[in-house]
Design a protein around this ligand. Structure first.
Ligand code: FES
Ligand code: FES
Length: 223
């Protein structure tokens, strides 16, 4: 892990108040809508990108690779029949139609696919769906309560913690984990423990501000 490049601060843009307002409206809608571990499988080849994008695809020469699994996602049990090599990311996005979790690099390098598994941050692109059985999976869609945004989602809106928004679901879920871990004692600590989540737009200063704000609010709510 390494600290954020300080130059990223210079990439944060200033906007007139009217633009802020319309952006906040857009981002608020986006947040509402879009309401790690590496697992090596001995002897198993990696699923091809075509197989990954179609979790039901199986190797015709290996029909035994199609299995029934039960995933508990955002409190609801979901029964799926998937190739045993399908990732949790593809199962959630393509089978459960929860597209809030984003596929960025698909190689464990960007953090866009971050979800919580039993409360811990994991990269769903590097996690086999089958390994998530019997565990609580929380995606970005599971954070809000109806129309009420999670404090971290609300803080990202008020602090303008996003620009294009593509990295944002992963940033928010990771921030929930970061706050839960108690790694919010300073800006540098937040940057360090959020360093696995990349933002090409360079919204880092506002993301740090949002996490600080949400951590204070959540701490106050808990006490
Ligand atoms: Fe998983 Fe980039 S898509 S780390
Ligand atoms: Fe665009 Fe982070 S807001 S990549």
């Amino acid at each position: 892990m390494h600290s954020r490049d300080e130059d990223s601060a210079s990439q944060s843009k200033s906007f007139p108040e009217e633009t802020h307002s319309s952006r906040r409206h857009f981002l608020s809608q986006l947040a509402a809508l879009s309401a790690s571990l590496t697992i090596a499988v001995p002897g198993a080849r990696a699923a091809s990108s075509k197989e990954r994008s179609n979790p039901e695809a199986s190797d015709p020469e290996r029909p035994e690779s199609l299995i029934d699994i039960v995933l508990k996602v955002n409190g609801q049990e979901k029964r799926l029949k998937v190739d045993s090599r399908v990732t949790l990311l593809d199962a959630v996005r393509d089978r459960l139609n929860m597209s809030g979790t984003k596929k960025g690099c698909d190689h464990g390098a960007c953090g866009a696919c971050t979800v919580l598994v039993d409360g811990k941050r994991v990269l769903s692109c590097l996690t086999l769906a089958v390994m998530a059985q019997g565990k609580e999976v929380i995606t970005i869609e599971g954070l809000a309560h109806g129309d009420e945004l999670h404090p971290v989602q609300a803080a990202f809106v008020t602090c303008d913690g996003f620009q294009c928004g593509y990295c944002t679901p992963g940033q928010i879920v990771s921030a929930v984990g970061c706050i839960g871990e108690g790694h919010t004692r300073s800006d540098s600590e937040i940057r360090e423990f959020m360093s696995g989540n990349l933002c090409r737009c360079g919204a880092y200063p506002n993301i740090v501000q949002a996490i600080k704000q949400a951590a204070i609010e959540m701490k106050g709510a808990a006490s």
